[in-house]
Write a protein that binds this ligand. Structure first.
Ligand code: ADP
Ligand code: TYD
Length: 211
């Protein structure tokens, strides 16, 4: 039997491409489910039917396919659909929602990567999203290692990885700065360790937030 919480808990994972987010999301979901928690594992961009359709528009094709502004609108549209249809109903039902990337990725990738769009990102977030996670786990990782791991996957979703190592370096520094900006909800986890070691720290951190 699964145990609903009085109020759900919203956990997000952030970090550069290849840092191990998807692996750790899955392991955390399995560990919490084994403890009897009701868990929804989801991801961005995606996590609902409409948002998954937008996912292929933003992650496939030429790096110059969209301007940063257009991309911001697409990611925000996908997030709004994901929130309405997946995240908010699960939280209202007292579930633990584990999400692979969320609004912090937009603050970084659209807000910082190509010029300074952060003020626009923040305005749109306030207008259309507002929800912040209860806890954000930043998997910190050397960009060279992250990029080689990400490239090793061989998928068609390589538009962002094709921006190259400079972007990954900028994103790593940006995520660490974001962890300071939103310090109460962020925990920084060293991703340069074996999967099981990282997973043990992730579980302990999530459990502290649940108790
Ligand atoms: P992300 O979701 O952050 O892009 P993934 O979880 O997909 O990262 O991991 C990228 C690749 O690196 C995968 O092939 C995965 O098996 C591998 N990987 C994940 N975590 C580790 C780790 N701690 N050590 C070594 N390889 C890892
Ligand atoms: P993801 O599938 O998590 O990639 P990875 O597993 O390689 O980390 O996300 C795909 C890409 O989408 C990633 O490079 C970051 C980008 N992204 C944004 O640019 N803005 C956003 O709001 C989100 C959620 C992701």
């Amino acid at each position: 039997m699964t145990t609903p919480l009085a109020k759900g808990l919203f956990l997000t994972f952030e970090g550069i491409d290849g840092s191990g987010k998807s692996t750790q999301c899955r392991l955390l979901a399995e560990a919490l489910q084994a403890q009897g928690r009701d868990v929804v594992l989801t991801r961005e961009p995606g996590g609902s039917k409409g948002a998954e359709e937008i996912r292929s528009l933003v992650l496939e094709g030429d790096p110059d396919r969209w301007s940063a502004e257009t991309e911001l609108l697409l990611f925000t549209a996908a997030r709004r659909d994901h929130l309405e249809r997946t995240i908010e109903p699960a939280l209202a039902a007292g579930k633990v929602v584990i999400c692979d990337r969320f609004a912090d990725s937009t603050r970084m990738y659209q807000g910082l990567s190509r010029g300074d769009l952060r003020a626009t990102v923040d305005k749109l977030h306030k207008l259309m999203i507002t929800r912040e996670p209860d806890l954000t786990l930043l998997i910190d990782m050397d960009p060279e290692v992250g990029l080689s791991r990400a490239k090793g996957r061989q998928t068609s979703e390589e538009r962002f990885e094709d921006f190259g190592i400079e972007l990954q370096q900028k994103m790593r520094a940006g995520f660490l700065a974001l962890a300071q900006e939103f310090a109460p909800r962020f925990r920084v986890i060293d991703g340069n360790r074996p999967v099981d070691t990282v997973a043990a720290e992730v579980l302990a951190t999530a459990q502290a937030a649940l108790s």
